[in-house]
Design a protein around this ligand. Structure first.
Ligand SMILES: [Zn+2]
Length: 52
């Protein structure tokens, strides 16, 4: 079931859309949990994403 894992198992960065390495959990403005890769964390902070 590799494709399933590929569909649901990987976390894509909310900011850059790439596969997030060392993903950090954030909440978007709707309160939905999103993941942000470590490179985009400063951007996420600027976008006022909240920590859950
Ligand atoms: Zn990113």
């Amino acid at each position: 079931m590799y494709w399933l894992k590929k569909l649901f198992g990987s976390k894509n960065c909310y900011v850059c859309g790439q596969k997030a390495s060392q993903p950090q959990k954030y909440l978007d403005d709707k309160g939905k949990i999103v993941y942000v890769c470590y490179k985009c964390v400063p951007y996420a902070e600027r976008r006022a994403l909240r920590k859950p």
